[in-house]
Each structure stands twice: as C-alpha cells, then as structure tokens.
Design a protein around this ligand. Structure first.
Ligand code: PEP
Length: 242
C-alpha cells in the first residue's frame, strides 16, 4: 500500500466518463510532472481504461472512480476491489456526489466499498460535501460530520484513507467557497472528531490553475481533486507544477 505520509500533497484527476486510447496517449505525452516528488499525482480514468493507463503510466499513480460494495458473486457489471488491485490501481474515489445523486449511493454503500478497498490495500478517497440548499440552511458541518461517520469504515485510519471535501454546488460550476470557508471547513473536518486529526483532506470543486495555489497553501488542505480541468494536459500540468 502507498505510504500517504511520504507525500506533502495529492492531486487527483477525475476524468469521469471521458477519454479514449488516443486521448490517453496524447495526455501522457504532453503531461509534465512536478520535480517535487513529494507531490502525489493520481489519474482516475474510466474503468475500461485502467489497465491501459496502468501499463503506460510514468511517474503518476492510477485510481479508479468507483468500486463495487460486493466482494464477488452474482453482481453483473460490477468491479471488485480485488480486481482493481490486480491492475496495479492504488487509489479509488468513492462516494462522489455524482454517484450519490445519479446512482443513489448511500453512506452505507460507501462504507462497504471503502472497507473492501482497504482490505485489498487500495486507498479509498472518500468524498463528502453539502448541497447548495444545505449550505444555505447553515447545516454544512452537520451534513459533513454525518456523512463521515456513516461512510468511513472501522478499518479506516489516516494511513489508509483520504477524505475529499467537495461541495456539491462547486462541482463543474466554476463556483468555489471562499478561501477562508475552505480552510474553516477542512479545520472542522479534521477536528470535530479526534479520529480525523491526521487524515489527509483534499478539496474538490472547480479547481483550476488560477486558484489551486491559494487553495493548496491552506494549512488544513492536503491536496486537490480535479474534474474538468484535469482533462486538459496543459492546464493539469499547470495545476500540479512546482
Ligand atoms: C469532481 O468531479 O470531483 C470535480 C471536482 O469536478 P470539477 O473540478 O470539474 O468541479
């Protein structure tokens, strides 16, 4: 398993349902990785491209965007944590808001997925985040604490799990919380329960090359989860550059 403490920051590209072999070849040939090897760069392509990108990767890690909550059996179309580990996949995003909203994933599913990943020595990147309605009601912290409590399995600790704070209303919209709001929310996530004091917590939601430095320099932020901007190799190179 990857030793998370070996890294100072994490940059996770979530390609969602985008990309093909030609795109991957071009992206890898144009990508320039940071000289600072303490920056951990992870690319999460669609499942069908995991094997290809694992075999062609140079200097970055590969992550899945999802995994089954089931270990094996009659679950047509599902992908197990064990099969991800066969492919040299090191990380897996779980509980992304698109999975929660479009595919009705519940905290309980995310908990089982994360436990299966940990048992197979993969790092779950567990996403939590409030909707705009919840933000406006002033219940962001309550929502996040509840999501974390239910979706982080007992086997999780700061060495085998990453948390990603992704406000639902900031994903793909160009909107972000203020820098102060991001830092305060991350401070809350790390301190509301001693269990989470040392967890790495990434911020996700409209991260671009023009805002990443301000976000990453916050004391409570350990990296970024990047959607749209990670599909352009020049822009992604700028995001991860030293
Ligand atoms: C995401 O999908 O996890 C995400 C953060 O997307 P974007 O960067 O496009 O807001």
């Amino acid at each position: 398993m990857i030793k998370l403490d070996d890294f100072s920051s994490f940059f996770v590209a979530n390609w969602k349902l985008n990309g093909n072999f030609q795109f991957i070849d071009q992206f890898i040939s144009k990508l320039s990785l940071p000289k600072d090897r303490s920056k951990c760069v992870v690319i999460c392509p669609s499942s069908i491209h995991l094997d290809y990108i694992s075999k062609h990767k140079i200097g970055f890690y590969v992550g899945s965007q999802n995994v089954s909550q089931h270990k094996e059996g009659a679950f047509t179309g599902e992908i197990s944590a064990e099969s991800l580990s066969d492919l040299n996949v090191s990380f897996c995003i779980v509980g992304h808001s698109e999975r929660r909203q479009i595919f009705y994933e519940k905290d309980e599913d995310i908990n089982l997925k994360s436990a299966n990943l940990i048992a197979n020595k993969l790092i779950p990147i567990v996403c939590v985040g409030e909707t705009l309605e919840q933000k406006e009601k002033g219940i962001t912290n309550q929502v996040l604490a509840k999501q974390l409590k239910a979706s982080i399995p007992n086997s999780s600790n700061f060495g085998n799990t990453i948390i990603a704070y992704e406000p639902v209303w900031a994903i793909g919209t160009g909107l972000t919380p203020t820098i102060e709001e991001i830092n305060n929310t991350h401070h809350f996530l790390k301190n509301h329960n001693p269990k989470f004091n040392n967890y790495k917590i990434l911020y996700g939601g409209s991260v671009k090359s023009n805002n990443v430095k301000d976000i990453i320099s916050l004391s409570n932020v350990d990296g970024a989860l990047i959607g749209g901007a990670s599909l352009n190799s020049d822009e992604f190179t700028k995001i991860i550059e030293d």
